[in-house]
Design a protein around this ligand. Structure first.
Ligand code: PMP
Length: 376
């Protein structure tokens, strides 16, 4: 049985040719020395222009190029968080935030959103979670794992809360912002609100299949950029110049790089949706962005496998799929979605097709636990 892996956060696509050509050209031209810690002028300008095209004014001085989006987040956590500060994150959310917070001063506070409510964020509940210790509200738009996109109205309602909490920053992680299926993402930078406390992080790993290049960026008020540049300069120095050249070429030829990937993703999304619809008792949200489904498989927890093993948790279900059917998905508990699993459709088509039929077969082999007969 071949192994079918739907668990990766990286898509299977090759990085854009323009990126590869530009990096090779930069290496051949000797761009192998230290560059400016904050990023090259040209790349910062191009990133600023990218927002300008959506009518959002961003100055190049508001951009810091980072070695990945993770690093942009870590940098912000290091600079902004003080002892006892809270970081409020609606869940389900990417487990990486948690991992990063382990090395920061902040304490995680989660706010549960649910499939039944289409993962919408209840502003009253959010307000209840916020305290004077809340320092960062971290949103992911589109969400990993749910694929949910906040509308501009929703975002502005959330941003309005910042007025009542003067120490609170909004960080919007928009790393999947170009992987969308008909519903475009409004950047938090384009929302009305206290601009001095709105920050966006983004990167090239997801939109442009460049996860191994390690490049991302943040857009923030100049004062924060200056503090984060200082941290970056003291620790990493800056992103390699030839990688920045590759990123610059990619944004410059954005459409050429994106379109072939997006048309495949659109089709794969349809295939995964149909595959899930064909399995009884599975409920899910159809993602508007990113490249995952996050179905609820709770019906299949509390069952028995053909080998007589009890499936009593999401982990046991994932282990059964992996060990008995060589199908690898991510345990949704890690994202704060108990009973869910995350499945990527950014995989090769034959893998996707086989995975969907294997998932159905595997789940249908599970039988309910027989009703306990009263003790004699
Ligand atoms: N944010 C989110 C929501 C992610 O899913 C990921 C990668 N899984 C990252 C940030 C990290 O991205 P990068 O590769 O740019 O560090």
């Amino acid at each position: 049985m071949t192994k079918l892996n739907l668990s990766s956060g990286a898509s299977y696509f090759r990085s854009p040719d323009v990126a590869i050509t530009a990096a090779i050209h930069a290496l051949n031209s000797g761009k192998t020395y230290y560059g400016p810690a904050e990023g090259t002028e040209a790349l910062r300008q191009t990133i600023a222009d990218r927002y300008q095209q959506d009518g959002i004014t961003v100055k190049p001085e508001q951009v810091l190029v980072t070695p990945g989006t993770k690093q942009a987040l870590f940098n912000l956590f290091t600079v902004l968080l003080r002892d006892g500060d809270e970081v409020v994150i609606p869940i389900p959310a990417w487990f990486g935030f948690n991992e990063l917070l382990k090395y920061s001063k902040g304490k995680l506070v989660t706010l549960q959103t649910t499939l039944e409510n289409n993962y919408s964020l209840d502003t009253a509940e959010l307000r209840n979670k916020l305290t004077t210790k809340s320092r960062i509200l971290l949103l992911t738009n589109p969400s990993n794992p749910t694929g949910r996109i906040y509308s501009k109205h929703e975002l502005e309602t959330i941003v309005a809360l910042l007025h009542d909490f003067p120490d609170l920053y909004l960080i919007s992680d928009e790393i999947y912002d170009l992987d969308t299926y008909g519903k475009p993402v409004t950047s938090a930078l384009g929302c009305k609100g206290p601009q001095e406390r709105i920050i966006v992080v983004n990167g090239f790993s997801k939109n442009f299949a460049m996860s191994g290049w390690r490049i991302g960026y943040m857009v923030a008020p100049e004062e924060i950029i200056s503090q984060c540049t200082d941290f970056q300069s003291s620790t990493f120095s800056g992103v390699s110049m030839f990688i920045q050249e590759a990123a610059l070429a990619t944004i410059t030829h954005k459409t050429e790089a994106l379109e072939p990937m997006l048309s495949v993703l659109q089709e794969h999304r349809r295939v995964m949706q149909q595959g899930l619809e064909a399995i009884p008792h599975v409920s899910f949200f159809v993602p508007d962005g990113a490249y995952y489904f996050f179905p609820y498989l709770g019906h299949y927890i509390g069952t028995i496998t053909p080998a007589g093993e009890t499936i009593n948790s999401t982990l046991a279900l994932c282990n059964y799929l992996q060990n008995e059917h060589k199908l690898i998905v991510v345990n949704g508990d890690k994202f704060g979605g108990i009973g869910h699993v995350r499945m990527s459709f950014a995989v090769e088509r034959p893998i996707l097709d086989q995975a969907m039929s294997r998932l159905k077969e595997a789940l249908l082999q599970l039988k309910p636990v027989p009703a306990t007969i009263g003790k004699l």
